[in-house]
Write a protein that binds this ligand. Structure first.
Ligand SMILES: Nc1nc2c(ncn2[C@@H]2O[C@H](COP(=O)(O)OP(=O)(O)O)[C@@H](O)[C@H]2O)c(=O)[nH]1
Ligand SMILES: [Mg+2]
Length: 340
C-alpha cells in the first residue's frame, strides 16, 4: 500500500511520515501533496491568534476537548514565527496539551520558523492540507500574534479567533496590529482576572457598539443595537466571548460561535470566497518562492554579488540592477521577462 493510501485509510504513522516529508520540503513532498489534494476540502480550519501569554494554547486545548466530546476529530498545528527552533514556547504548548496525548482523534504538530515568513505560511498550509486529507473534522492553527505573521497564516483559516487577555499592557492588543480585520471571533481570555470587562468594552468600542468616551474614535457603526453574528445585511459582526481557558469556562460558547460562523460561511456562499482567497494565497507563496529560486539558479557565479557591490558603490540603482538580472537570458529561468 502506498503511503497516501495508508493515510487515507486513517493510518496515523503514515500521517506522521507524510507530514515529516512535507516539512522537509523534498521532491517527494510535492508529489504527495498533489496526490492528497483531491481528497481535501472537508475540514473546517480555525485560526487562533493573539499576543504571547494570552492563553491560546490553553484555549486550543479546551476547544479540542469540546470537539472531542462531540465525537469530532481535531488536528492541531502550533506555529511560532518568532522561534527558529521548536524551543521554549512550543515545549510549553506541549505541556498544556498533554491531556490530549494518546487520543487517536487528535493530532498535534508544532512548527517553527523556516527562513522566511512566506515559507512558514506555505509550510503551514501544506500541513493543513495533509490533515484535511487525513479526515480531521476541525483543524486548529495556533499562531503567535506578531503582526504580519498572524495575518499571513490566518489567510489559511476559515474562521479566525483573536485572543485577548487583560493585564498585558494595552487595553486590547488588536487595536494596534490591524488584527481587527482578520477577526471573525474575539475571545477575551483570563476573564478571572481584573480588567476583562474593560477589554470587552474596548473591543465593543472598536466595533462601534459601545459609546466611545471623549477622545476615542469608534468605527462609525450605529452604537448599541446590532447583536453579534450574522447581520440582516449579510455582514458578520464578530462576537466577543469571555473565557477562562484554564477552567474550560466560556469555551462551549466560543465553540458554538465557531460553528455558527462556519454555518454562516456555508449559507451565505462566503465559504467559496474564502476558499478562493486560500487558493490565491497558497499559489502566490509557491510562485514567489519558485520564481526567486529559478532566478537565482539562472544567475552565474558572482552575478548577484557584483550587482550588490555596484549598488553599494552607487554605480547602479537597485531597480536598474533588478531589471538587468531579470532580463538576462538564462538557461533554467522561465523567462518571465524577455528582452524585446
Ligand atoms: N488566570 C488565568 N490564566 C490562564 C488562563 N488561560 C491560560 N492561562 C495561563 O496563562 C499562561 C499562558 O498560557 P498559554 O496557553 O501558554 O498562552 P499562549 O502563549 O497564548 O499560548 C499559562 O500559565 C496558562 O496556564 C485563564 O483563563 N486564566
Ligand atoms: Mg502557545
Amino acid at each position: 500500500m502506498s503511503l497516501v493510501t495508508e493515510l487515507l485509510a486513517g493510518n496515523r504513522r503514515a500521517l506522521a511520515r507524510i507530514i515529516s516529508q512535507v516539512e522537509d520540503d523534498g521532491p517527494e513532498a510535492h508529489a504527495l501533496l498533489a496526490e492528497l489534494h483531491p481528497h481535501t476540502g472537508r475540514s473546517h480550519v480555525i485560526g487562533v491568534t493573539g499576543a504571547p501569554g494570552t492563553g491560546k494554547s490553553t484555549l486550543v486545548n479546551a476547544l479540542a476537548k469540546t470537539y472531542r466530546s462531540q465525537g469530532q476529530t481535531v488536528g492541531i498545528i502550533a506555529v511560532d514565527p518568532t522561534s527558529p527552533f521548536s524551543g521554549g514556547a512550543l515545549l510549553g504548548d506541549r505541556v498544556r496539551m498533554r491531556d490530549l496525548a494518546g487520543d487517536p482523534g487528535v493530532f498535534i504538530r508544532s512548527m517553527a520558523t523556516r527562513g522566511s515568513l512566506g515559507g512558514l505560511a506555505r509550510a503551514t498550509a501544506d500541513v493543513i492540507l495533509v490533515l484535511d486529507a487525513a479526515g480531521f473534522d476541525r483543524i486548529l492553527v495556533e499562531t503567535v500574534g506578531v503582526g504580519q505573521a498572524e495575518v499571513e497564516i490566518a489567510s489559511a483559516a476559515h474562521t479566525t479567533i483573536v485572543v485577548e487577555a487583560p493585564g498585558l499592557g494595552d487595553e486590547v492588543q488588536a487595536i494596534k496590529a490591524g488584527v481587527l480585520e482578520i477577526a471573525d471571533l474575539f475571545a477575551v481570555n483570563k476573564a478571572d482576572r481584573e480588567g476583562a470587562d474593560r477589554a470587552v468594552l474596548a473591543l465593543q468600542m472598536m466595533q462601534g457598539l459601545a459609546p466611545a468616551p471623549a477622545g476615542h474614535h469608534g468605527t462609525g457603526r450605529q452604537a448599541g443595537h446590532a447583536a453579534p453574528g450574522a447581520q440582516a445585511d449579510g455582514a458578520w459582526l464578530p462576537p466577543i466571548t469571555k473565557t477562562i481557558a484554564v477552567r474550560g469556562e466560556g469555551v462551549a460558547a466560543l465553540h458554538d460561535w465557531v460553528e455558527q460562523h462556519a454555518a454562516y460561511l456555508r449559507e451565505t456562499g462566503q465559504l467559496a470566497r474564502r476558499e478562493a482567497t486560500r487558493a490565491a494565497t497558497a499559489l502566490n507563496h509557491i510562485l514567489r518562492e519558485r520564481l526567486i529560486a529559478a532566478l537565482f539558479a539562472g544567475l552565474t557565479n558572482g552575478e548577484l554579488d557584483r550587482a550588490i557591490s555596484a549598488i553599494a558603490r552607487r554605480e547602479l540603482d537597485p531597480y536598474t540592477a533588478a531589471d538587468h538580472l531579470l532580463q538576462a537570458e538564462k538557461p533554467g529561468f522561465p523567462g518571465i521577462v524577455r528582452r524585446p
